[in-house]
Ligand binder design. Structure first.
Ligand code: SF4
Ligand code: SF4
Ligand code: SF4
Length: 696
């Protein structure tokens, strides 16, 4: 594989994977779009520079951010100016970018020893083409080769056309040969917009430095040389170019040839430039030559850039209109070709110089081996199309969005690993639709799940209600014991009082006032019994309304039920609460929670035979919470079960004694119904249950 001189620099980190470089590239396969950034294959690049312009455009015109940049010899040129004799060869397109005569002065100011006009080299090309055609040395049709990008493209992709490339040097090659005879020690610098020329110089070794207009402008700015302020100067060639000063314009070669050789039929010279050259023209030409078709042209005036060399990759004239640019070149051409005497002198010069010097060009080479593209079989192609989601005729849009000229070209690139199916517009569209469908299905599934969940939640809520009620019922047995304790003392008092009344009646020694007082006392005890019954009835009521209450009231009501039972067991009860406001909660359910905790403490006193049983109830507010702590001294909860006590059906009380639902229900009530928190921990003497309720 032939390695080429690099004229395109890459900053992969700046690549935004827009594929614009592929879209504009006449070769396509010199860019690899199969990854996250587009990679570059220099051995296939013809150096046309189109990708640089496209990349800069993709970055909003910001040259610094562009992933592609031109590589020329500007720095070496500048460095060698002081130490070497450097001669500049200026391309005809300079007229479209600078004030040409001031540019000559600027170059001299930089240190260039002499400046020659490449248009004169173009005159040599025209003269030599004619000679080669007349003498039969050129194979016809003669393909002109001032454009190195075209030459490289032919070498890579149409090696059958190589023998038809002009056997004579390009304008810059010719002027270089001439300048070398005048300045044998000098190093030559070509000043032009063309990046690809660097490759030609590498092949022919005719010129040392390729300096594009953009780089020269940068150098002049760095050296503080304001070209507009300089005097005008002339080229150092003692004879001036004539009509060929228009060589940079499309058709300039044709016009020049017809000017010098008017007997030539204009129709015998084809003029072609731009994308068509690569997409169709050269392919058709190769076929036409192979088939020996009639009416082949005599000369093919061919350029890679749409507007010739006047508007190209290395130009600095982006601010000017095409009309202004072309007029500047044409105006110069009109002047330089207007004097018959000068044209005569030029012809004599050309006749002599082509006798004295060798302008032949022999450096063409077959580079087709560089291109290792494999054309897939029909079956392989179908497999690639399948990967690209191309299933029916309308999927072959040939929309160019991937950067290739057709779906087939893209498929070939994918097959060769130079791109990927994901970069096809249609693929992305179908993938999007597929993802949308998946999303829609997911939304449907979610909706179904949601309604199921809602049903399950409603069911669970119902079950929880049932559990609350069941656990209340389960506690009923224990409550009967508590009622017995509540009633023991008032009942015995009623019985004693009634007994006293009977004795007074039997002895017939009662006073009305004393009798009434005893009846009053009996009534008081009966009222107490009735209110106790109300407390219990209220507690067992299945409906469960939300209410705004003070937590200390709920605690008092709870103690109304269990208080006597605790008293009977000699439990010392200390209550210390301070709440500034009521909270919205479920008081009846909270009573159940307090009862569960107090009952557990009471049972633990018995199980652990606690000598001086004590329960401390603290109530206070902190950080927008109302907090209740119930602390006992019954020895605490064994550490191994501390994290299980709130599990459903977990009980330490042995079969048939506990339901295992008390603390589970308590946690459910506090955390899910009252949006609070219930935690348990051990203190030094016993257990501490902390209940936190948010102040809403
Ligand atoms: S310089 Fe031309 S041939 Fe080379 S990658 Fe860029 S567009 Fe393609
Ligand atoms: S033009 Fe090419 S190199 Fe530049 S950002 Fe786009 S894909 Fe990358
Ligand atoms: S349909 Fe896809 S493969 Fe075909 S040209 Fe458009 S983007 Fe490229």
């Amino acid at each position: 594989m032939n390695s080429f001189i690099e004229v395109i620099g890459i900053k992969e980190e700046n690549c935004i994977n827009c594929h614009q470089c592929i879209a504009v590239c006449p070769v396509k396969i010199c860019s690899d779009g199969s990854g996250d950034v587009v990679k570059f294959h220099n051995h296939l690049c013809i150096g046309c520079g189109r990708c640089i312009e496209a990349c800069i455009k993709s970055h909003g015109g910001n040259v610094e951010k562009s992933a592609r940049f031109p590589i020329d010899d500007a720095d070496d040129f500048l460095n060698d100016l002081d130490s070497s004799e450097v001669i500049a060869l200026v391309a005809p397109s300079a007229q479209a970018n600078f004030n040409l005569k001031k540019l000559i002065s600027a170059l001299k100011l930089l240190g260039v020893k002499a400046v020659y006009d490449v248009s004169l080299g173009a005159e040599i090309s025209i003269y030599s083409y004619h000679e080669a055609i007349e003498s039969g040395k050129a194979k016809l049709p003669l393909i002109a080769q001032p454009c190195p990008a075209i030459v490289k493209y032919i070498e890579l992709n149409h090696p059958a056309l190589i023998p038809y490339l002009a056997p004579v040097g390009s304008p810059v090659h010719n002027i270089a040969v001439y300048a070398k005879t005048l300045h044998p020690q000098a190093k030559l610098a070509f000043i032009s917009p063309c990046l690809a020329k660097k490759g030609e110089f590498h092949d022919s070794q005719s010129v040392e430095y390729n300096v594009i207009f953009q780089s020269l402008t940068r150098i002049l700015a760095e050296k503080d040389i304001n070209i507009d302020l300089l005097e005008e100067s002339d080229f150092d060639n003692y004879i001036s170019a004539g009509i060929a000063t228009n060589f940079s314009t499309p058709g300039g070669l044709k016009e020049s040839y017809l000017f010098h050789y008017p007997e030539t039929l204009p129709s015998s010279i084809s003029k072609i430039e731009g994308s068509l050259v690569f997409e169709k023209y050269l392919k058709d030409l190769e076929t036409a030559i192979k088939e020996g078709q009639a009416d082949l042209p005599l000369i093919i005036d061919i350029l890679a850039c749409e507007k010739g060399c006047n508007i190209g990759a290395g130009c600095i004239n982006q601010g000017r209109s095409i009309t202004q640019i072309e007029r500047a070149v044409n105006r110069r051409m009109e002047i330089s070709s207007s004097e018959a005497e000068k044209t005569k002198e030029l012809k004599e010069f050309l006749g002599k110089i082509t006798q004295d010097l060798d302008f032949s060009y022999i450096f063409y080479q077959d580079l087709s081996a560089n291109s290792d593209i494999i054309i897939p079989s029909e079956l392989q192609l179908q497999q690639v199309y399948k990967r690209m989601y191309k299933e029916e005729a309308k999927d072959f849009r040939n929309c160019l969005a991937c950067g290739y000229n057709s779906c087939l070209q893209m498929a070939v690139a994918v097959f060769n690993g130079l791109n990927k199916a994901e970069n096809c517009h249609l693929y992305q569209e179908k993938e999007l639709l597929r993802e949308q469908e998946i999303l829609n299905n997911m939304v449907d599934e979610l909706a179904t799940l949601n309604s199921k969940l809602e049903e399950e939640m409603a069911e669970r809520k119902q079950q929880e209600q049932l559990l609350v009620q069941n656990s209340k019922l389960a506690a009923m047995g224990e409550m009967i014991g508590m009622i017995a304790h509540q009633w023991r003392q008032p009942l015995s008092s009623i019985s004693t009082l009634a007994g006293n009344l009977k004795i007074y009646l039997d002895l017939d020694m009662y006073e009305k006032k004393q009798f009434l007082s005893l009846l009053e006392e009996i009534n008081h005890h009966a009222q107490y019994l009735s209110s106790t019954i109300n407390d219990f009835r209220h507690f067992f009521k299945p409906d469960n309304p939300e209410d705004t209450v003070y937590l200390n009231v709920v605690i008092d009501n709870t103690l109304g039920i269990i208080g006597k039972s605790l008293e009977y067991k000699n439990v010392q009860l200390n209550i210390n609460t301070s709440f500034s406001q009521p909270i919205l909660t479920y008081p009846n359910e909270l009573m159940q929670v307090f009862l569960n905790i107090l009952k557990n403490a009471s049972d633990a006193f018995v199980d652990n035979e606690t000598s001086y049983p004590r329960i401390q109830i603290n109530g206070y507010e902190k950080n927008n919470y109302q907090i209740v702590e119930i602390i006992d001294n019954a020895g605490g909860i064994p550490e191994r079960i501390l994290n299980k006590i709130f599990d459903p059906y977990f009980s330490t009380k042995g079969p048939g004694i506990g339901t295992g639902l008390g603390l589970y229900m308590s946690k459910t009530i506090v955390e899910e119904h009252c949006e609070g928190e219930l935690i348990a921990r051990n203190t030094q003497e016993g257990a501490c249950f902390t209940l936190k309720f948010p102040l809403r």
